[in-house]
Design a binder for this molecule. Structure first.
Ligand code: 4NP
Length: 157
């Protein structure tokens, strides 16, 4: 059976979406689902193509026991065709993803990450211009949201 392909999307692809990818992969591995599910991340902008995740994201992930390894890249039209789930970190990312939508049949794939947050919908806040507290807040949101999203994926396996 083909693997389920999940793409996490933010603006720069150095803070939120690479962390989402890392937390998700960590949980996929814990559940022994790595042969059934794969993941990647990207940004809607071209600001950080080829860059490592932000050092503050790397430090925060490490503090929380998650290793992170990603090279920044920009979202493409092909991504929208080839991934099964395209999860936007915030509403601005969500509308930018739709600009690359060429075929309406792919529209249901594009969702807000926090539609899966058991504590309520909304944006994953951009931590780029803030301090460590913001990075931990992003980690906590993604950690609980990913459990629920994975529960949903696992139901269909
Ligand atoms: P991200 O955060 O979208 O979570 O990766 C940002 C990273 C970089 C910038 C903005 C947000 N920037 O303006 O360079």
């Amino acid at each position: 059976m083909a693997k389920i392909k999940v793409l996490f999307v933010c603006l720069g692809n150095i803070c939120r979406s690479p962390l989402a990818e890392a937390i998700f992969k960590h949980k996929v591995k814990e559940r022994g689902l790595e042969h059934q599910i794969e993941a990647d991340s990207c940004g809607t902008s071209n600001y950080h193509i080829g860059d490592n995740p932000d050092p503050r994201t790397i430090a925060n992930a490490k503090k929380n026991g998650v290793s992170i390894n990603h090279c920044g890249r920009q979202l493409s039209v092909e991504d929208i065709e080839s991934f099964d789930y395209i999860l936007a970190m915030d509403s601005s990312n969500f509308s930018n993803i739709h600009r690359l939508l060429k075929d309406e049949k792919h529209k249901p794939k594009i969702q807000m990450m926090r539609d899966y947050d058991p504590q309520g919908k909304g944006d994953v806040p951009d931590p780029y211009y803030g301090g460590e507290k913001g990075f931990q807040e992003v980690f906590d949101i993604l950690d609980r949201t990913m459990d629920r999203f994975l529960d949903k994926l696992a139901e269909g396996l």
